[in-house]
Ligand binder design. Structure first.
Ligand code: 5AD
Length: 348
């Protein structure tokens, strides 16, 4: 097993069979060794830094009906909101003042956010600040839309593939297709975005070895960023009675991803921090190097509930930032607020 882990860290590649074998047969000692290797690679590429990204949850209105997600269309109990252009810009200004240089606009698939409106917001921010990156995480759109937003100044796009198991994908995402998801990711890449994908850990019916397929897909896609996190059941969804993913499995997969894609920007996600209070710190030690503190207006943070129990670390953004910075420092890492593009990337 050690030689397989050595091979993975030397060649940044394993076949699907080898990945399955690793996930299936790894003992706890092997896993410690894997995490050590992932930590070495993280150190080589990024030292002890952790990049901060300011997350703004712009809308919880969504036309999709994903079975696991708390803001799915059919959840009549969700208290819906949408931020205005002014509220979004205001959150960014406050974030800039706090030192953030990346702003992530995340939201449900809300048709209010047309290309025109998003272009205006992106242009205005990019005119005002020349040292920021804008990341979008707004679901599936057409290639033309992706291109317009890129030309307006958006730099990065996050779109998890969620699961590469087609049968499960179809079950969990009514009216959607894995094929279109992949097409979106390809077009984002060819337009020139820094692209992030990733998957959920612990979706009903999946075994640890099943993630070998997701890992192979990610290796082929070669994204600049990868977001993975445990599935956490939400009480007002069809999956409310299912078991969620574990921090243990999430951390194992973070380490493997660091070794497969050594220069990838890899967040320790809020979901991981939600199921384990030390989850994100453990994530950094296994290769994660990004954290996304919340910059959304306080009133809407509770409403942006994709899952139950989401952690809140402060009464407002400034306090949350200080708390997260302290926890990063305590874990032995250096918070960094610069733009932090992937080293492989240049704007086309
Ligand atoms: N548990 C964990 N993560 C979730 N997401 C959506 N619902 C849940 C849940 N119940 C994730 C999806 C999506 C990202 C923004 O949030 O993977 O891509």
């Amino acid at each position: 097993m050690r030689s397989l882990i050595d091979k993975l860290s030397k060649e940044n590649y394993l076949t699907q069979n080898e990945l399955e074998y690793l996930l299936d047969k790894m003992t706890e000692e092997d896993r410690d060794y894997l995490i050590e290797k992932a930590y070495d690679v993280r150190k080589k590429y990024y030292g002890d830094t952790v990049f901060f990204r300011g997350l703004i949850e712009i809308s919880n209105i969504c036309k999709c009906d994903c079975f696991y997600c708390g803001i799915r269309k059919s959840n009549k109990k969700a208290d819906r909101y949408r931020l205005s252009k002014e509220e979004i810009l205001d959150s960014c200004h406050r974030g800039y003042f706090l030192g953030y240089r990346t702003f992530v606009f995340q939201g449900g698939e809300d048709s209010y956010f047309t290309d025109n409106i998003l272009e205006e917001i992106i242009r205005e921010l990019k005119n005002q600040y020349n040292d920021i990156a804008i990341t979008l995480s707004l679901g599936e759109r057409g290639a033309e839309s992706f291109k317009r937003l890129y030309d307006a100044g958006a730099d990065r796009y996050l779109l998890r593939h969620e699961t590469v198991d087609e049968e499960l994908y179809n079950k969990l995402h009514p009216g959607m297709s894995l094929e279109n998801r992949k097409k979106c990711l390809e077009s984002l890449k060819s337009i020139g975005y820094q692209v992030g994908s990733g998957f959920l850990i612990g979706l009903p019916g999946l075994k640890l070895t099943d993630y070998a397929k997701d890992l192979v897909y990610l290796k082929k896609l070669r994204p600049h960023m990868v977001g993975i996190g445990p599935f956490i059941p939400h009480e007002d969804t069809p999956l409310k009675a299912e078991k969620g993913g574990t921090a243990y499995d999430t951390i194992t997969l973070l380490a493997i991803i660091r070794l497969l894609l050594p220069d990838v920007l890899l967040p320790a996600t809020t979901a991981l921090g939600t199921i384990d209070p030390k989850g994100r710190e453990k994530g950094f030690k296994a290769g994660a190097n990004v954290i996304m503190p919340n910059l959304s207006p306080m009133e809407c943070r509770k409403k942006y509930a994709l899952y139950n129990g989401k952690v809140f670390l402060g009464k407002e953004s400034a306090e949350e930032k200080i708390k997260i910075e302290n926890s990063v420092l305590e874990a032995g890492f250096q918070p960094i607020l610069t733009k932090g593009d992937n080293v492989r990337w240049k704007r086309k």
